[in-house]
Design a protein around this ligand. Structure first.
Ligand code: ATP
Length: 472
């Protein structure tokens, strides 16, 4: 091709780029392998990437919930479908690009994004989505009545060594019918683990029934646990009532706060577990028991035995395998991921883009002792999410006790620098780069000049990297 026409072609391509870049609609073009060929500036800006940096990348690595890779596979156009990107509900269309009968790529457009106009329409659509969610949840809860366990091991967030070791132990013990005692401070995730054990067990298709021993008055506990026959006592329901033991038949019974079980009930529970049969209040014939027992407590059972508040023989019955969940302050490296997890969860629930923690806010969170553990972290993130503007959570939005956390804690050490993950070498290097920058920023008290100097890079490269990793 003569040079002058190549020049014209380049000029023409540049003019098209200029047109596409000035459009309000977001545009992305991918090649036949679903790799980005072109993305217009407004779209790249929203995604927080540079158009040139993502050229050649797999579209699925850059755009959340995209279906462009499917369009190039099927050749089918999709018009005006919902797509959730970074917490916002968008309307996207995708068309295959066909040349001489072959699919050579696809072009996608997104209309109605976070503009004023969209926000107005968005609230209307959100109401519709909320309605849809309601019905989906209803359908799910009907499903739940078959099982009742809502969490799986994958729902438990934590990459620290201690959490990985716990996951391994759970996988090892879950499949057998062994009785498990889960220990840990309040809010460390004991209930989550009980669900996960059930889901991984052979009993997963049968019910998971939870009883909070501390929440039921002593005089009702026996009938709640073992059920009662019609006429067993004044006020008993016609036809009687099945107890939690009977409801859990074939599945798992989770006795939460077992340390709070009154002594009188401890004796009855022990008898049921020894005889492996249960008799309802006012009943005459015991029924055989087919349950797996999982219990949990935040109380020191050994001291309760010493003080005579907990039966030693029951302790040995329930403590066949024990899982001890660490308090959050002993696995601080999980804090950034947990915080992000809760912010993303809120973003999905509300349709609002998830804000990011500033370095000072994260530093304070890493130094704080979290007496309420993950439940407290979840609550703090929820409050910050709703009060944040500007897509940032500064230290001022966190509760006062966090701002006065002990300063001698080396917060930067809590950022894991070497956790091997799945993904290509490039993806893992990228993740490592983000962690190193974050840890150094924290170490340098968010002083950017000092951080760039320590990392041995120029200020402009440093700011580019902050932008790239969403740390600015
Ligand atoms: N590793 C985790 N990953 C994600 N969420 C978690 C994790 N651990 C706990 N949570 C969340 O923290 C909250 C508290 O967890 P959970 O109720 O299981 O704690 P607990 O130890 O049983 O508390 P308590 O002793 O007060 O009953 C829940 O909302 C749970 O979903």
């Amino acid at each position: 091709m003569p040079n002058d026409s190549l020049e014209k072609l380049t000029q023409a391509a540049n003019s098209y780029k200029a047109i596409l870049n000035s459009m309000e609609e977001w545009v992305v073009i991918v090649d036949h392998q679903a790799k980005i060929f072109f993305i217009n500036r407004p779209y790249a800006r929203f995604l927080g990437v540079k158009a040139d940096d993502v050229k050649g990348k797999k579209v699925t690595d850059v755009i959340e919930n995209t279906r462009m890779h499917i369009t190039v596979q099927t050749g089918k156009a999709e018009r005006l479908s919902f797509q959730k990107i970074l917490g916002s509900n968008m309307i996207a269309s995708r068309f295959p690009i066909i040349s001489q009968g072959n699919i050579i790529g696809a072009v996608g457009t997104v209309i109605f994004h976070d503009t004023h106009e969209w926000k107005q329409i968005n609230s209307h659509i959100k109401a519709l989505l909320a309605e849809q969610d309601f019905f989906q949840q209803k359908a799910r809860s009907t499903d739940k009545s078959k099982n009742g366990a809502n969490f799986h091991l994958n729902d438990i967030i934590g990459d620290s060594q201690i959490m990985k070791a716990l996951s391994t132990k759970v996988t090892q013990v879950a499949s057998g019918d062994v009785t498990v005692l889960i220990r840990g401070e309040s809010g460390t995730g004991k209930e989550l683990y009980a669900h996960a054990i059930h889901q991984l067990s052979d009993r997963a298709d049968f019910p998971f029934i939870k009883v909070n021993c501390a929440a039921i008055p002593e005089n009702l506990l026996e009938s709640e646990l073992f059920g009662y026959e019609e006429g067993a006592f004044t006020g008993a329901k016609k036809g009687g009532k099945a107890g939690k033991f009977q409801l859990a038949n074939g599945g798992t019974l989770f006795l939460d706060e077992i340390g709070d079980l009154p002594r009188s009930m401890q004796a009855k529970l022990l008898r049921v577990l020894q005889d492996r049969e249960v008799e309802s209040v006012g009943g005459i014939k015991p029924t055989p028991l087919n349950i797996r027992l999982v219990t949990a407590t935040h109380r020191p059972l050994e001291s309760l035995i010493e003080s005579g508040d907990f039966r030693e023989d029951l302790y040995y019955r329930i403590n066949v395998v024990s899982l001890t969940l660490p308090p959050l302050r002993e696995r601080r490296e999980d804090i950034p991921k947990l915080a992000d997890f809760f912010l993303q969860k809120l973003s999905r629930r509300t349709g609002r883009r998830a804000p990011k923690l500033t370095v000072q806010a994260l530093t304070a969170m890493l130094a704080y002792d979290w007496p309420g553990n993950i439940r407290e972290l979840e609550n703090v993130m929820e409050a910050a999410f709703y009060t944040s503007h500007d897509r940032k959570i500064p230290l001022s939005l966190l509760p006062a006790q966090l701002a006065t956390a002990p300063s001698d804690y080396q917060a930067s050490q809590a950022i894991p620098l070497t956790s091997l993950k799945e993904g290509t070498l490039k993806e893992q290097l990228n993740e490592a780069e983000r962690s190193i920058i974050q840890a150094t920023l924290i170490e340098c008290g968010d002083n950017r000049t000092k951080t760039a100097k320590k990392l041995g890079i120029s200020k402009s490269t440093f700011y580019e990297k902050l932008d790239k990793h969403g740390l600015s």
